[in-house]
Design a protein around this ligand. Structure first.
Ligand code: ZN
Length: 174
């Protein structure tokens, strides 16, 4: 089921999400909803808080560049064990439509997480997938990628963000 994406500057995006301790069947349904919502919006990853669920959970399409994306990767309580290298490329966020900015992040990450069955896994990701994992972990900590944009560049962003704030205020007033 498609779920509405929580949009900036919704205060929920500043929430710290809680660790998942029980792996019941309802999480499979939530993962399916998140995957459908992410793909509908042409995203590569999505954190649960972006559909209003404040739990440490994310989905990511490892085969985002292929026609048949297969199953999405579902990760709970992801934790970075090691990071390597750095890369600065343009980044966006489904919760901050039409805003893109260069962000520096590690090129490679080693991540510990739990899968849908609650089993502990360790995986390594590179490039865009590493960036995606780090971006979603930021969401779980109430952080947005625009906070990682250097202050000088953030001035440029202000106009776009003000526009989103205005739209948001108009929308919630209805
Ligand atoms: Zn995002």
């Amino acid at each position: 089921m498609l779920r509405p994406i929580v949009l900036y500057p919704d205060p929920r995006l500043k929430m710290k999400s809680k660790a998942v301790l029980q792996f019941g069947p309802e999480l499979k349904e939530l993962a399916a909803d998140m995957t459908e919502t992410m793909r509908d919006a042409c995203g590569v990853g999505l954190a649960a808080i972006q559909i209003g669920e404040p739990i440490r959970m994310m989905v990511m399409d490892e085969h985002y560049d292929q026609e048949d994306k297969g199953e999405s990767l579902v990760m709970f309580n992801p934790e970075v064990l090691a990071e390597e290298g750095s890369e600065t490329i343009e980044e966006g966020c489904l919760s901050i439509p039409d805003v893109r900015e260069d962000v520096e992040r590690s090129f490679k990450v080693k991540v510990k997480y739990r899968d849908l069955g609650g089993l502990e896994k360790v995986s390594e990701f590179e490039g865009l997938l590493a960036r995606c994992v780090l971006h979603e972990i930021d969401h779980m900590n109430g952080q947005l990628f625009i906070q990682r944009v250097p202050a000088v560049k953030r001035l440029f962003l202000k106009k776009q963000l003000d526009h989103l704030k205005k739209n948001y205020q108009e929308a919630v007033r209805l």
